[in-house]
Design a protein around this ligand. Structure first.
Ligand SMILES: Cc1ncc(C[n+]2csc(CCOP(=O)(O)OP(=O)(O)O)c2C)c(N)n1
Ligand SMILES: [Mg+2]
Length: 324
């Protein structure tokens, strides 16, 4: 796969930005500056960069509750995303979404809004793919969801219909081996969920999520296939959830050994080490990326805290259809 040094650096920056956003948001909750609920996406960055790097404006993403890179890589401004987290009127969701998350979406950037119902967006992604096919449009849909979501009927119905209609959808199963505290071993009879693809007659593959170029290669193959009208793919990306399920989960059900082994596969450090060893990146360039990411995140926090306003109670009716 041909990829330039400039593109590798862009990927590295996205990964750094994704990590720093998650760390910052988690800290803002701990400091009481953000309120509500948050599911940290620390560790998932390589999957998002690998799957979204090849997307264009005609494509769509369906983010999950982990990580913000799919939204940002589709062009959503971090300021508006952060203001959404603060439930500000000027932010995504207009201050009407109770918890800052994937739920607000931004259709102007082809980011499809989510719900709190795990797995419910998998059929929506399939429907978006059907829309593209019916309209004879060009795009593909990349849908992110977890291993727990893949055990719901939504997953099976959506994959079956996407396969039957050869819809342009890449289903990205982000397998961190847990659905809150329930392990994949307890919830299913299999180790790798990508084998389910065979049941729908579509390609299925498992990759290591911290290996961003491996994810990129498989995602690119699947996206090309979808663009050619050959139908969907199920890409299972393994990753380690660095924190509890959410900021209010004490994470007492995993062992220290498990955590240590998982954290050894860090997408930030793995990709940085690879690029430095290949001469595609220097330590100074990496530090500059970290600073750039810190600066844009700080600007987004200042914007949200100082320049935005709280929603008015009447805002609750915006977007609600009149009855009768
Ligand atoms: C239908 C439904 N059941 C349960 C929940 C509660 N819930 C929220 S997140 C979550 C775990 C989802 O696990 P997974 O899909 O593996 O994603 P992960 O959180 O591991 O990234 C659950 C059970 C929910 N939101 N919706
Ligand atoms: Mg999971």
């Amino acid at each position: 796969m041909k990829i330039t040094v400039k593109q590798l650096k862009e990927m590295m920056y996205w990964i750094v930005l994704g990590r720093k956003i998650e760390e910052k948001i988690t800290l803002l909750f701990k400091e009481g500056r953000l309120r509500g609920h948050h599911h940290p996406g620390i560790g998932v960055e390589g999957i998002h960069v690998g799957c979204c790097f090849g997307l264009g404006a005609e494509d769509y993403v369906v983010p999950s509750h982990r990580g913000k890179l799919p939204e940002l890589m589709m062009g959503v401004d971090l300021k508006y995303l952060m203001a959404g987290y603060y439930n500000r009127r000027e932010g995504l969701g207009g201050g009407r979404v109770p918890t800052g998350s994937h739920m607000y979406g931004d259709m102007s950037k082809h980011v499809i809004p989510g719900t709190g119902i795990i797995g419910s967006l998998i059929p929506v992604a399939m429907g978006a793919g059907l829309g593209i096919k019916v309209k004879k449009a060009k795009g593909v849909v990349v849908a992110f969801f977890g291993d727990g979501a893949a055990n719901r009927g939504d997953f099976h119905e959506a994959l079956n219909m996407a396969a039957a209609f050869r819809l342009p959808v890449l289903f990205v199963l982000q397998n961190n081996r847990y659905s809150i505290s329930v392990s994949v071993e307890k919830a299913t009879g299999m180790e790798h969920l990508s084998v389910r693809a065979a049941g729908y007659g579509i390609p299925g593959k498992t990759v290591e999520g911290c290996e961003v170029l491996e994810v990129y290669e498989e995602a690119t193959r699947a996206i090309k296939r979808a663009r050619e009208g050959k139908g969907p793919t199920l890409l299972e990306c393994m990753w380690h959830r660095w924190t509890g399920h959410s900021i209010s989960d004490a994470d007492i059900y995993r062992t220290d050994k498990e955590r240590r082994e998982g954290e050894a596969k860090c997408p930030v450090l793995a990709f940085k080490a690879k690029l430095i060893s290949e001469g595609a990146l220097t330590e100074d360039e990496f530090s500059e990326m970290e600073k750039r990411a810190d600066d844009v995140i700080e600007a987004a926090v200042v914007y949200s805290e100082k320049e935005c306003t709280d929603p008015d109670p009447s805002d609750i009716l915006r977007g609600v259809y009149a009855r009768g």
